[in-house]
Write a protein that binds this ligand. Sequence first.
Ligand code: NAG
Ligand code: NAG
Length: 300
Amino acid sequence: MRSTWLLLCLGLLALTLVRAEENEIEDALSDIDLDENDEEFLLLLEEKNKNHDVERENEIAQKLAEAQHKLLNPVVEVDPCETMFCGAGRICQLNKGKPECICIPECPEESDTRRHVCTNKNETWSSDCAVYQQRCWCDIKAEGCRDPDNAHLHIDYYGACHESRTCDGEDLKDFPRRMRDWLFNVMRDLAERDELTDHYMQMELEAETNHSRRWSNAAVWKWCDLDGDTDRSVSRHELFPIRAPLVSLEHCIAPFLESCDSNNDHRITLIEWGACLELDAEDLKERCDDVQKAAPHLLG
Ligand SMILES: *[C@@H]1O[C@H](CO)[C@@H](O)[C@H](O)[C@H]1NC(C)=O
Ligand SMILES: *[C@@H]1O[C@H](CO)[C@@H](O)[C@H](O)[C@H]1NC(C)=O
């Protein structure tokens, strides 16, 4: 009988005071006329609830800790070097578990003269790796550095240094036509090998089916492709991928590319590019696929 009254009392208290502050609860309790036994019973109940709360808190805390542990210590061990990008001539190495870029310790031995490269200092080196390694060593002032200037060493073209053959007037005159043809063939080749993005695949298909788009689409595609930093102009540095491999074979490529930068500001706009390929400016619409820049194969 007495406990029924108490439970009722407690229920009422709980309902009315759910959001009340602690001191208010105490005030309310003292307002109710309870004898000592009842008070003891209340304290017991309170204690039990408190214990239950602590249990529940522990349970939640443990679950949280487990989740956090899983986040911090994933079961699948990932090599930290896998996500590290080191520049040319450098490789990633773990140092006390931390990834670090170091100069590549050894370059593959190259006896094939086709692997030789000619630097901007007109010196023949055995491979591109050797040039980048040298640059790295000079960059960090390591022992293998032969000349402090080599910190700025770069490849001028692939193949041994040779006498610069002059590109005479007739050859240079015919070069834009050959270049256009070459660009279209490279684009077609990549399309056949399924190595173009959907966007450029579409442009290639247009070039195949609409003769008036044949050269212009290929020219736009290559220009976009060369513009690595997508600033809508191709710097002389960005010309490297078409210049360096061709200089030994095509003595006209260097003067030709030089001629593309008609205002000599070291940048080639799409209009300048079109003009040096002798294409109509009206046919050149800037249609770069910026999505491709996220593709990792372009880093290689
Ligand atoms: C570069 O070196 C080659 C051969 O070593 C030489 O024939 C040529 O004249 C040099 N070119 C320049 C621009 O010095
Ligand atoms: C072919 O290309 C030209 C020039 O861009 C364009 O005006 C013409 O509509 C195209 N023809 C077809 C059939 O798509």
